[in-house]
Design a protein around this ligand. Sequence first.
Ligand code: F6P
Length: 319
Amino acid sequence: MKIKRIGVLTRDCAGVNACLRAIVRTAAYHNIEVMGIFRGYEGLMNDDMKIFDRRAVSGIINLGGTILKTSRAKKFMTGQGQRRAVAVIEQNNIDGLIVVGGNGSLAGAHVLADKYNIPVIGVPATIDNDINGVEMSIGADTAINVALDALDKIRDTATSLERIFVVEVMGRDCGFIALRAALAGGCEDAIIPEKKFSIEKIAEEITEGNVRGKVSWIVVVAEGKAKAGVIAGQITGLTGLETREVVLGHIQRGGIPTAFDRILAARYGNYAVELLKNGESGKCVAIKNYQMSSVPLAQAIKHKDIQAEDYYKLIKLLT
Ligand code: F6P
């Protein structure tokens, strides 16, 4: 079947707009029309969409978030919601769909492709970088750099005041940002969902370090594993040393995308259109050894090994 019109829906993180731009302009190059679907699956079920031509994506390459807006669509989890989405796709003569987002979005994409036979290609975009079989997701590099920038600034005060900081980064089920930012920032420890931790051991190391003259310390915590305030209080309780906590929150998901994320977004967006055009479906775009490739959506939504143990060991070895 010749693809004449595709629909695009997105989640938000830095680089998603650059990806939308690449999708629209690659499609235009092939004379394929693009329907921009607003507010993710919610907008798909509500028939909330409009045609995006080349000019509609001008000046967005450096913008964070998503100009398509996004939402969490609980109704799409139901058969009724999914059938409604399929009906809207058919009514709008959409021949294929590109879904740009994280695990939840790609799980929805998998359902549409697998259960309803809709041609769908997924594009990984999540700061957690937890899409299985995908080395890097759009938004992850920007998020690490935002966290790193904050860690560097916090380090200035930690060193000057000889103080302990506990910094909470994003990652509900995944320690990717915590581990990568901690390694890049030369932090002393990372508390992550993938690994058991002992607050007594951390306190012991801080006390021993203190005796040796190591008086500043940064512990990075992934939000899904523990709260910075609780950890900071426990460290003070066990060591008698002063601590401060910082919660970075959503600043990590927004902001100007890094060059890495924009380049990835351009390549992923372009490749997603090429795959759909060539009759592929049920796949998620990926890079392997800097080359474009893809993984089945069914595989992409499974648990990803983020090499937590290796990164953690390196953080500790370099402390
Ligand atoms: O999955 C991406 C992510 O940013 C996680 O790191 C975080 O736990 C979650 O989304 C936050 O979701 P929300 O913005 O809906 O609170």
